[in-house]
Ligand binder design. Structure first.
Ligand code: T4K
Length: 366
């Protein structure tokens, strides 16, 4: 049987049926109903954030988080990373803003704060970094720069569900953080996403943006869209949240097994957790230095695929090298280019058997 890069965690069907039964009784299926509200409260408690608004997916959440700060009207430039899923950049462009790509650090692949300041101009309005793979950005250095230049910081925390830094939920950093609850994530609601934020005035703005700009029964005071999380997905979230520690523990065990076999091999670099971080083991990225290891990333990818193991080249190509962006994006980001051409994310999910991890490692090492 083939092994894919990930496999959604799901509760038992009976558990889900119990959770959706009240929806069948009430016929209330969407528009921020009781299941949405219950789930929202549970999430706020789990992620230890002051406020949270739930969305139909992470991408729309990020688009609306940018819009809610009034950045769309302002126009201007946003400093961001090219080493991400393309959604981050699309969300910036779709808000009529210009992405300015900042290079990343070679150790954890997050935005390099030392390279931010030289990219700031009088048109810069925000910084949108990504906690890529669940590796947290240098949140203190980024905040310090943002404060000095009066810029908003919106984190793409799509991969960072449940991650803590110095015991603080990662959604507390910056002005807002977007979490994705897509089927491929550590925690899923099938499709879904959310914005964590502090400023209470932002609550109404987000609520209206995701609900057509409706302000009251007889008043529409903004041009919103439709990006609400429905009751069935909220019910899935309630079930999965009950099991989140089991999901993360299983991932941790698989990641530790990869570490054991791949951690000290010349030419292979595996992720190391930063000090003071509670990790979620969202991905298992491995950097292959073909000259030292003897096989390139692409050769390892092919040889695994021949044996039914489908690792993924997350994130290749770097966003500023994609067809839709490469012509307009002139910033030079050599580290992002290097990482995107050398990195492979190995299979990692809750149900991945330790014997399968050992088999994957033995194929790589052979
Ligand atoms: N920002 C960042 C940094 C992101 O990574 C993402 C999403 C976003 C923003 C936007 O958030 P969302 O709007 O998606 O909430 C996947 C996901 O679709 C996407 O959510 C994710 N990032 C991205 C990194 O990966 P694909 O095209 O690689 O997915 P796909 O269909 O190839 O699935 C990968 C593997 O997952 C499959 O081989 C098997 C497994 N799988 C997939 C699905 C759809 C399941 O087990 N169950 C499933 O239902 O994009």
């Amino acid at each position: 049987m083939s092994i894919l890069v990930t496999r959604s965690s799901m509760p038992d069907i009976e558990e889900y049926m119990d959770e959706i039964k009240p929806i069948f009784e009430s016929h209330w299926m969407t528009n921020m109903g009781p299941v949405y509200k219950k789930f929202q409260k549970l999430l706020i408690d789990y992620l230890q954030v002051p406020e949270m608004s739930l969305f139909v997916n992470g991408h729309m959440a990020l688009e609306m988080a940018i819009d809610a700060f009034g950045l769309k009207e302002k126009g201007g430039e946003v400093i961001t990373t090219p080493f991400t899923f393309v959604s981050t950049t699309h969300a910036i462009i779709r808000n009529n803003l210009k992405p300015v790509f900042c290079d990343i650090k070679s150790d954890d692949f997050t935005m390099d704060p030392e390279k931010i300041e030289s990219l700031i101009t009088n048109k810069t309005v925000a910084i949108i970094p990504v906690h890529v793979y669940g590796n947290i950005c240098d949140v203190e250095a980024i905040q310090e720069i943002a404060d000095r230049h009066n810029l908003k910081v919106i984190y793409d925390a799509a991969h960072a569900f449940g991650v803590k830094y110095k015991g603080i939920g990662i959604g507390n950093f910056g002005d807002a953080s977007m979490f994705s609850f897509h089927a491929t994530k550590v925690f899923n609601t099938i499709e879904g996403g959310s914005i964590a934020f502090k400023d209470k005035s932002y609550r109404t703005k987000l609520h209206e943006l995701k609900n057509f700009g409706i302000h009251g029964p007889e008043d529409v005071n903004g041009i919103g869209g439709n990006a609400k999380l429905d009751e069935f997905r909220a019910a899935m979230g309630i079930c999965n949240l009950r099991h989140i520690e089991e999901y993360i523990n299983a991932r941790r065990k698989a990641a530790q097994c990869y570490d054991k076999y791949l951690g000290d091999i010349p030419g292979i670099r595996v992720g190391r957790q930063r000090k003071n971080v509670t990790a979620n083991y969202a991905y298992y990225p491995v950097y292959f230095d073909g000259k030292v290891f003897g096989k390139t990333r692409d050769q390892v990818f092919e040889e695994l695929a021949e044996r039914g193991i489908f690792a993924r080249k997350y994130f290749y190509p770097a966003v500023n090298e994609m067809t839709c962006y490469k012509d307009g994006c002139l910033q030079n980001t050599p580290i992002a280019h290097n990482v995107s051409t050398h990195i492979l994310t190995l299979p990692l999910y809750e149900e991945l058997a330790i014997e399968d991890v050992e088999r994957i490692c033995s194929i790589i090492l052979r």
